[in-house]
Design a protein around this ligand. Sequence first.
Ligand code: UGA
Length: 442
Amino acid sequence: MTLRISVIGTGYLGATHAACMAELGYEVIGLDVDTAKLEALAAGVLPFHEPGLPELLRKHVASGHLRFTDSYAEVAAGADIHFITVGTPQRADSQSADMSYVDGSVDSLLEHITGEALIVGKSTVPVGTARRLSEKIAQSAKQGSDIALAWNPEFLREGFAVQDTLRPDRLVYGLQDGRGLELLRKVYAPILALDTPEIATDLETAELVKVAANAFLATKISFINAFAEVTETVGGDIKVLADAIGHDKRIGRRFLNAGVGFGGGCLPKDIRALQARVSELGLSQTMGFLAEVDQINLRRRDRVVSLASHMLGNELAGKQVCVLGVTFKPDSDDVRDSPALDIAVRLYNEGAEVSVYDPEGNANAARRFPRLNYVDSCKEAAQKADLTLVLTEWNEFREMNPSDLADVVASKQLIDGRNVLDRPEWRKQGWTITGPGEYFEL
Ligand code: UGA
């Protein structure tokens, strides 16, 4: 019999997981409380940018393998495995994660499940959550039902979500007394057949694997950015330094790109939530280094704002600034905690006229900060610019030629915030260009 799967929460993670489960051949129902989002998804329209996902969504909505609902009763009756993929955003009043959506979705499932079911958490949660939820299930499940809980964290990257879901580096399941293992192996059989490493462990380890991975990645980025602060002061080439240490296989070159720092909906909130959680556990010093990681990361933005101000004669008021890129990374329209957007807004707040172009991010950025001047091309953004900043490394910007902008700018000055331009070439064509990691006397 075809596996019947529900995916609770059709945001970024849920929409991807639902479409990918349909691609594996299962009957999938996606649930969300946002009916406008459901209507869009049911019409095959994705409310965010993710390469390859709209095609998959349309294919499986059309095939009938994938449908959407806002009814927990329908989901409980129509699926045997329920993946929880709701958000765990940072709380407004603290660094910890808001667990209300996770708890709310489990409560709603428990009200309706009457038979045998497996609930599989995928959301990123503070360690101890799954254990707490399993106690809730034991206490509140309907009489006659038989519900197991597993934790199966997700490691997908925006921009590569489909690939990361269908060909992950590993599958991790946290289990209680081994319950649910057989069913999870059935769900992931096509992926396991690709020799994907499988790690079956306990609930706590599975929860921690996720936050440990993100904390490590964030630390790696801040590590190289800390060295960028050094080379900015004494000289040296941060890219050569990263290449050289990256050749050591124990270190590896990936996630060693110095720049404006990390942002997005995951790394910043996850390192903060982890610190909050270990403090709750009485280990207030244990993750202290993550506060440093966060601080180093935020200083990257200060550095670019200072550089910009310096290059504009320490007076931003009335200056025309061109910002290329506002998303937190390329191939995404996500501007959550985006260093690029933060820098653009800070330049605006200090009095600059800021024109912004991003291949996908303009609309989301404009919703948050309508007062920047959003335009449709690099050339338009660079009109009469006294300074140009490249803040997200979209291919379109990497491939830009210095002569493309030379005729329209007021001054050939550029900050290469992601270290992706051929600086010698730009200099040859008369530009003053600098960026993270480069010595520049302020
Ligand atoms: C991150 C993790 O990479 C995923 O494995 C994880 O599943 C996901 O969070 C999540 O928890 O859901 P994502 O937020 O899509 O994925 O973005 P990354 O590709 O990790 O990039 C994060 C930030 O770090 C971006 O702002 C990027 O520009 C920055 N970065 C990355 C650097 O500044 N330097 C680098 O060398 C690499």
